[in-house]
Design a protein around this ligand. Sequence first.
Ligand code: SF4
Length: 333
Amino acid sequence: MAKKEKINDRYFESGRSLLPGRSRQATALLEHCMLCPRRCGVNRLQGETGFCGIGRKARIAAYGPHFGEESVLVGSTGSGAIFFGGCNLQCVFCQNEDISILHDHEGNIDAHGGDAGGEAVDGRQLAMIMLELQEKGCLNINLVTPSHVVPQILEALAEAAAMGLTLPLVYNTSAYDSVETLQLLDGIVDIYMPDCKFQRKESAARYLGAPDYPQVMQQAIVEMHSQVGDLICGRQGEAVRGLLVRHLVMPGLLEETAQIMQFLAHKVSSETFVNVMDQYRPCYRAAEFAELNRVLRPDEYEQAMEMARKAGLHRFEERDFGRLLALLKLDPR
Ligand code: SF4
């Protein structure tokens, strides 16, 4: 019953009372930053930066209606994506290294130059971007790589909700999130979209630079599910609330896939909506790892889907080839 009551909560209804307090709580965490499992302890209020490379202000690399996301997030008008600069992971196969990885291998900031990670924005500017995306008819606000800028997001939401923002909020994350920070988002985020990367700590250390990733990711996803439940869609098939998990199948690492699917089905819910993704391609430093330096074979993807079904999962993102071709501006006929 408690969960049902939560599910009827929406941030814009309770926002005036809930958001300013949560925003203050989260901002206080920046003084000795323990926002994520890196626990850097730097004073971001004074502009210091830790692993993620972001100080007091969030950086935005790009924003706008995005049609490349899951069909339940896109509809006909697009998902209102906001791409944040910086990241608290450092995946060796990162596809967005120019906006996400702001430290070089020696830990020096701004590995890609002074504007790395995009434009710095304050809470009011971020709120205006959210409202602009709503004005454009987007189906939701899709916060891409948000873990290290939760206080800045809450600051903006407090203003945006007061100015009329009502779209569902999507927290689109690598899942390297601390439970304490996620609890500040309870009753605010509508849709959690974590990326389940690895289940073995050896893989997480080798490819993400975070040996504790599997444990952190599992605790985070259990917390997310306890807040929002299984994915619920509206009349047009659009996601309105719940958990949507992504898993990028990695070449030669299918045992990771098998363990992740078992975790989701048995420790989260067999009703978990999963996007099993086949689009891995070698990027960033992947060429340094022979096993990652190729694309996925079709038979590996089929095995991954079979593993998911065998684990007991049955709600999957359907691959809509017509939509994909339209994105590439090709005519499917
Ligand atoms: S949010 Fe950034 S500075 Fe804070 S603990 Fe995480 S990586 Fe470090």
